[in-house]
Design a protein around this ligand. Structure first.
Ligand SMILES: C[S@@+](CC[C@H](N)C(=O)[O-])C[C@H]1O[C@@H](n2cnc3c(N)ncnc32)[C@H](O)[C@@H]1O
Length: 213
């Protein structure tokens, strides 16, 4: 048995978490293989990537997660499940990573599950959602490609809806004509926070958009 003094208590830095290749342009097709391409931004614990891989067996799925710890754990989990040729997690800040990804029009779906949960003004600059983000999403989406956003923070849903509308790059593609709201998640996979919100009976706002052409 290991004596307590011998246990390594050094916090792990996860410095070996996978990063996107360097360079101005990163071709997504060289990272993951599939007949269609999807990306999840801020996957956290990564449950959605695994569930979506099962629901869409021909899709290649890229995950971007700023926290190295989750990226390292999730990418190792993907390797263990034999999924790493078509599903990968990279530890990169979406703000800097998205502008480097290509080719234009590669993704059929871009997922943003429960982002930006803070509401203090000083957290504003950390937010993933912004006009710059939406410009990149529009560049990377295929014709008829979808942007899917979920949140359990009511005011955030309103703010996201306003921001997407103000960009004039997307059209609402929800359950009813002219509205982005969906009652259910149509992708056959849930993020960890979505599972928790559903289990706790919290209302979840689901917004879906298509690219305006
Ligand atoms: C509230 S959590 C939601 C996690 C997961 N999407 C879910 O629904 O369970 C937001 C996640 O986004 C990640 N994140 C925040 N800013 C990011 C950025 N600029 N680039 C990539 N990931 C980011 C956080 O590290 C965190 O894992």
């Amino acid at each position: 048995m290991t004596a307590p003094s011998e246990i390594d208590r050094t916090p792990k830095s996860y410095a070996d978490a996978p990063r996107l290749p360097e360079g101005e342009r990163v071709d997504v097709r060289e990272l993951v293989r599939g007949t269609t391409f999807e990306i999840e931004i801020g996957h956290g614990r990564g449950g959605f990537l695994i569930e979506r891989a099962a629901a869409a067996p021909d899709a290649a799925i890229l995950g971007l997660e700023i926290k190295r710890k989750w990226c390292a754990i999730v990418d190792a989990r993907l390797e263990k499940r034999g999924l790493r040729n078509r599903v990968r997690s990279f530890s990169d800040d979406a703000k800097y990573a998205l502008p480097r990804l290509g080719p234009d029009g590669i993704f059929s779906v871009i997922y943003l599950h429960f982002p930006d949960p803070w509401w203090k003004k000083r957290h504003q600059k950390r937010m993933v959602m912004s006009n710059d983000f939406l410009v990149q999403v529009a560049r990377l989406l295929a014709e008829n490609g979808e942007l899917f956003i979920q949140t359990d923070v009511h005011d955030r849903a309103i703010a996201f809806e306003r921001e997407v509308e103000a960009s004039q790059l997307f059209r609402a593609y929800g359950d009813e004509e002219g509205s982005p709201h969906l009652a259910e998640n149509p992708y056959g996979a849930r993020s960890p926070r979505e599972h928790r919100a559903v289990a706790d009976g919290l209302p979840v706002a689901r917004l879906r958009y298509r690219l305006k052409r």
